[in-house]
Design a protein around this ligand. Structure first.
Ligand code: NAG
Ligand code: NAG
Ligand code: NAG
Ligand code: NAG
Ligand code: NAG
Length: 220
């Protein structure tokens, strides 16, 4: 018998760190789940998916009882996801805002939250993810400005924000993104001119800014 359950809590980012629960119940072998000791209560509630499992002949979940803290349950490890390098949750139907807490994942290199229904603003705290190489938030319902704070991401090689509802100007300080190779901002409502400062991006090989409300001259 093999039961495989995958639960990505809708509260995914709400807590101290990103919570991804991945639970596998096999006839033998380990159960692996990640949770964090912070944001406790939501984790505990999410683990009540146990109640949906009515057939557990091998007693895999026998330790999942109220007399033990859930961090002690078999197959559960609690910890912050501070070592997370990559988040790839594109092509889903998540909604709500991408929370500022994502900035606590300091080792993130790759974020793909494209093609979901995220709304609200791009979290400025992403600037704390100073190892970030790829940020793909395309095809969501993001609004507001592109946070100028992202200009400090010196390792960023691709910024992909296609098909959102972003407004405001392209910050001239993006000319400081010295590793940038691809800047895709197509299909938003950006205005103002294309900053000549982008000319400092000597590695830039892909610049797509069409389908916006940009004006002025294309900088030399
Ligand atoms: C986790 O839950 C326990 C019991 O509810 C509580 O005592 C503890 O303070 C919580 N830990 C954190 C880090 O929130
Ligand atoms: C809870 O699980 C632990 C570990 O498997 C076990 O020792 C304990 O008897 C269980 N408690 C109850 C009330 O089932
Ligand atoms: C989780 O992060 C908090 C805040 O950064 C820290 O105090 C705590 O020690 C971390 N816990 C683990 C298990 O790494
Ligand atoms: C956002 O980043 C600032 C500066 O590093 C920090 O003080 C703040 O706690 C962060 N906010 C969240 C929700 O993580
Ligand atoms: C970033 O770019 C702006 C505008 O191009 C410039 O004025 C500023 O000094 C730069 N900042 C850093 C830290 O390089």
């Amino acid at each position: 018998m093999k039961i495989e359950l995958q639960l990505i809590a809708s509260t995914l980012f709400r807590l101290s760190a990103i919570h991804v629960f991945f639970l596998k119940l096999c006839s033998e072998g380990p159960i692996t789940t990640n949770a964090t000791p912070l944001g406790n209560e939501t984790d505990r509630l999410a683990l009540q998916l146990k109640n949906a499992i009515t057939n557990d002949p091998l007693g895999a979940l026998s330790s999942w009882n109220e007399s033990l803290h859930f961090c002690e349950w078999r197959g559960i490890t609690c910890g912050n996801l501070t070592f997370l390098r990559s988040i790839e949750l594109g092509d889903n139907k998540f909604h709500g805002a991408i929370p500022q807490e994502v900035g606590r994942l300091l080792r993130l290199r790759y974020i793909n939250l494209s093609h979901a229904n995220f709304e609200g603003e791009i979290p400025s705290n992403l600037t704390n993810c100073y190892n970030l190489k790829v940020l793909d938030l395309s095809r969501n319902n993001l609004t507001g400005k592109i946070p100028f704070e992202l200009d400090s991401l010196s390792k960023l090689s691709a910024l992909i924000l296609i098909a959102n509802h972003l407004t405001g100007k392209i910050s001239p300080s993006f000319g400081n993104l010295s590793s940038l190779q691809a800047l895709y901002l197509v299909d938003n409502s950006l205005e103002g001119s294309i900053p000549k400062d982008l000319g400092r991006l000597t590695r830039l090989s892909n610049l797509y800014v069409g389908a916006n409300e940009l004006s002025g001259m294309f900088p030399n």
